[in-house]
Design a protein around this ligand. Sequence first.
Ligand code: NAP
Length: 257
Amino acid sequence: MSSQSVVFIGAGNVATHLAKGFYQAGVDILQIINRHFDKAKNLADQVDAQPADDLNSLMKDADVYVVAVQDDAVQNIVKDLSLPRGTLVHTSGTVPLSQLSNAAPESGVFYPLQTFRADQELDLTQAPICLEASSSETYQQLKALASTISNQIHPVDSEQRKTIHIAAVFLNNFTNHMLACAEELLSKHNMDFDLLRPLLEETWQKVRHHKPSDVQTGPAMRNDRQVITEHLDRLKNEPELQAVYRVLTESIQRKYS
Ligand SMILES: NC(=O)c1ccc[n+]([C@@H]2O[C@H](COP(=O)([O-])OP(=O)(O)OC[C@H]3O[C@@H](n4cnc5c(N)ncnc54)[C@H](OP(=O)(O)O)[C@@H]3O)[C@@H](O)[C@H]2O)c1
């Protein structure tokens, strides 16, 4: 089971990192299929694989097929698949395992709990890989494959994965949006986001060693109504930022009151 062959369907952020990670670990990447051929070829060239843009030319002799496409495209892709052998997995935080069950003898989920952009380097060894499989043998197969790229492998069922995905949206996507709100506000007043970078560093340092709920600070936490009213007033010409400020302030007040 140590030397497995893999086909990727999709050539976006996740496919790029996983394919390159597997390739560097010595896993045989047979084929990259993507609806836009140029992206398939670009990734295939980097991992010595065959590029294709048509599922009719899907190779049928791989051990694992990784569907790494947009969540709402997974169903559409797998409904036309009927693999005679191998394990079909997807990489989504939300799509249930059951969506794959008729398309291949074995199926699984290979959900990397990290944020990926194809154009940014990432240390995959520290990325938790959440695995689910249609049988215990397939779980062991996927675990062997995951361990070629990551030191953190976790069994996670479809229900748990949905909850993890929501938590990840709060932690990563919403946090990043908060930073973008701060960037926007400073920029509108001709100041640079770099001014906030030391604060950003300190914020991360704190949550690295403490529970986030133990280190909350700020006017909402202190219930400093005068400051909150003044902030909301200063944001009156920025209705979007004001609405976000209000919702988060109320949420913090409810949690810590
Ligand atoms: N990015 C992350 O941080 C991250 C982390 C964990 C899990 N995931 C999950 O991994 C999966 C892939 O995410 P990603 O970030 O790699 O996406 P992405 O970079 O946006 O790439 C999406 C891929 O899906 C293909 N695609 C989109 N719509 C399609 C359709 N209707 N039919 C066929 N192919 C279609 C795209 O093909 P074209 O190139 O031809 O458009 C592209 O190959 C998603 O399920 C996502 O939830 C993502």
